[in-house]
Design a protein around this ligand. Structure first.
Ligand SMILES: Nc1ncnc2c1ncn2[C@@H]1O[C@H](COP(=O)(O)OP(=O)(O)OP(=O)(O)O)[C@@H](O)[C@H]1O
Length: 254
């Protein structure tokens, strides 16, 4: 463990140390240690079953580690908080499949996600404040959906639905955004736009992206962590990680 800094365990935004999760005797995470800085974007790669999803589950409180440290902002023990409290701290998670309100318009989806009274009736039928309108406009612009604001979310392309859901998560003003395989099923153009979008988001929040698409990971241009059998196999630039013999052996292939 590091020395406490001003009463905090670490200056990192997210700090995992020695985290293990065992399912029926099988170690899905095996003494995993990982640290994400403020405004850092990190790409997580690794073969199927490496523990990527389980790691996200630990961070969001869905799964409790058997042992280990998981701390947010230096002093918030994620292993003692439930999922709702962790979301409230500012940790947002984007699952692989987009979940938007298909029958509502794009802008109403964003409005529903704003950090205000989120019950559908007051949100959709009460008068919107000028401030809310401004926030919705800014979020739509950010996720490249201004031109589609009046369309039903169900009519959007797969890539646009992913952006809409990212916009809904941004409406919650996360400090850390966890994103699971955002490029899966996207066109090349959508994939490139998504890399741009995530880089923009990383100017104001930290982002952890789990991804198998190496072209996309290269485009992100960030530090990469390769997981294998529940712990970190290699970490560094994509060039360094992808030329690591063990990474080639267990993941990238020859
Ligand atoms: N609830 C569970 N019960 C039993 N085993 C589980 C459970 N969740 C995950 N596992 C096992 O733990 C290991 C790690 O799984 P995990 O889903 O975290 O890997 P992953 O890196 O996300 O893989 P993928 O790339 O396929 O999504 C796998 O072998 C998986 O079968």
């Amino acid at each position: 463990m590091t020395t406490p800094i001003g009463g905090k365990l670490t200056n990192a935004l997210l700090y995992l140390d020695g985290v293990s999760v065992t399912f029926d005797g099988f170690k899905a995470l095996n003494s995993l240690s990982l640290s994400i800085d403020q405004n850092e974007m990190r790409a997580i790669i690794g073969p199927n079953g490496a523990g990527k999803t389980t790691m996200m589950d630990v961070i969001t409180g869905k799964t409790r580690p058997n042992v280990g440290t998981a701390v947010f902002e230096g002093d918030k023990d994620l292993t003692r908080l439930d999922e709702a409290s962790i979301a409230e701290l500012g940790i947002g998670r984007k699952f692989q499949t987009p979940t938007v309100f298909e029958m509502h318009t794009v802008e109403d989806n964003i409005l529903l996600a704003l950090k205000t009274d989120r019950r559908p009736f007051p949100v959709l039928f009460s008068k919107r404040t000028a401030q809310e309108r401004e926030r919705v406009d800014a979020l739509l612009e950010r996720v490249r959906l201004t031109g589609s604001r009046h369309r039903k979310a169900g009519e959007l392309s797969h890539g646009q639905k992913q952006w809409l859901e990212i916009g809904m998560l941004l409406a919650q003003e996360p400090k850390l955004l966890l994103v699971d395989e955002p490029a899966a099923g996207m066109t090349d153009q959508e994939t490139a736009d998504t890399a741009d979008l995530l880089r923009e988001i990383a100017k104001t929040a930290s982002v952890v992206v789990v991804e198998h698409d190496m072209v996309f990971v290269r485009d992100l241009g960030v530090k990469v962590t390769c997981l294998h059998e529940g712990s970190v196999l290699a970490e560094g630039s994509l060039d360094a990680v992808s030329s690591n013999e063990r990474v080639i052996e267990v993941y990238l292939g020859r």
